[in-house]
Design a protein around this ligand. Structure first.
Ligand SMILES: [Zn+2]
Length: 306
């Protein structure tokens, strides 16, 4: 059974479930990703899977060890972070000394070394000896945002897990669906935020700030598709406090907070109708004026709030 789901990280999820179910594991793992907070969060979950004496599950209410791991008060797990941008030999020696015991409470002794690229050469050498000593129940988890800068002697001894970049992943979806590049997606969002904040200004400026970049019906259609996803995310955020396409976009959060669910749904519907209108032989200038006014009217409380 696959109990562990790390959102947007199928490779890591699969690996953790495998470890959780079979109890077989490597001696060292290297988590590679772009987001430090994400790496830290995932390394802690990883440690729980390795340590939890019950089978780890998402809530893990069966043991108090997982909660001690969360608060970093569990003695059989050590976390090493760089100090002033470097991890020195002393840190590694202290770690080795504290791990001369067999695990007592947990299944394994685990150490996490964050920013593995900041190990200096003497620290890396000491660590290498530690990695080479056969201790069956000691597992290392490294994290890094720059695998190329990690000493090869260390990384070559690790099972490397490359995490997906969630922000990129989501913007890639918007790119694929709309066919627009990131710059045009951002221009669209800025224009949408202007419509929402000051539709009069949007009406005055749309030729220079919008039509300049979207000068064909096809491009306008793509841009409306981006707006559609933005309002869908505003709706997602309202209902589920999460976004599917634009992670943590403040402007979309503001839209979400400004309207009722019903109003947001009406905006989604309005954009869909306008996308199909573009199929017909419409006058682009008139179309855009009507669009800006129309989406603004849904904003002006002219419909019944739910
Ligand atoms: Zn547990």
């Amino acid at each position: 059974m696959n109990d562990i789901v790390i959102e947007n990280q199928p490779i890591l999820s699969k690996l953790l479930n495998k470890i959780n179910n079979s109890l077989t594991m490597s001696q060292a793992y290297m988590l590679v990703g772009n987001n430090k907070e994400e790496l830290i969060k995932n390394s802690i979950t990883f440690a729980k899977v390795l340590i939890c004496p019950e089978k780890y599950d998402q809530k893990c209410s069966k043991c108090n060890i997982c909660s001690r791991i969360s608060s970093n008060t569990f003695g059989e797990m050590k976390i090493i972070n760089p100090i002033n941008g470097v991890i020195k030999k002393d840190e590694i020696l202290t770690l080795r000394d504290s791990f001369q015991i067999k695990s007592i409470e947990g299944r394994n002794l685990v150490y996490i070394i964050n920013n593995a690229e900041t190990l200096n050469s003497s620290a890396a050498n000491s660590l290498l000896k530690f990695l080479e000593e056969p201790q069956s129940n000691v597992v290392a988890i490294f994290t890094t945002t720059n695998l190329n800068k990690v000493y090869n002697t260390i990384s070559s001894r690790c099972q490397i897990i490359k995490l997906k970049d969630c922000n990129k992943l989501q913007i890639n979806f918007v790119k694929t669906v709309s066919g627009l590049d990131e710059e045009k997606i951002n221009i669209t969002l800025d224009f949408l935020f202007l419509i929402e904040n000051n539709s009069q200004k949007a009406l005055t400026l749309f030729k220079s700030i919008f039509l300049n970049h979207f000068d064909s019906k096809e491009l306008i259609k793509s841009s409306l598709t981006v707006m559609l996803l933005a309002y869908k995310d505003a709706l997602n955020y309202k209902l589920f406090k999460k976004m599917d396409y634009f992670k943590n976009e403040t402007g979309i959060k503001n839209i979400s907070n400004s309207y009722s669910t019903k109003e947001l749904a009406k905006k989604v519907k309005f954009i869909l109708e306008n996308i199909s209108k573009l199929e017909y032989n419409v006058n682009v200038l008139l179309f855009l004026c009507n669009f800006i006014v129309g989406i603004g009217e849904i904003a002006d409380g002219k419909d019944n709030r739910s």
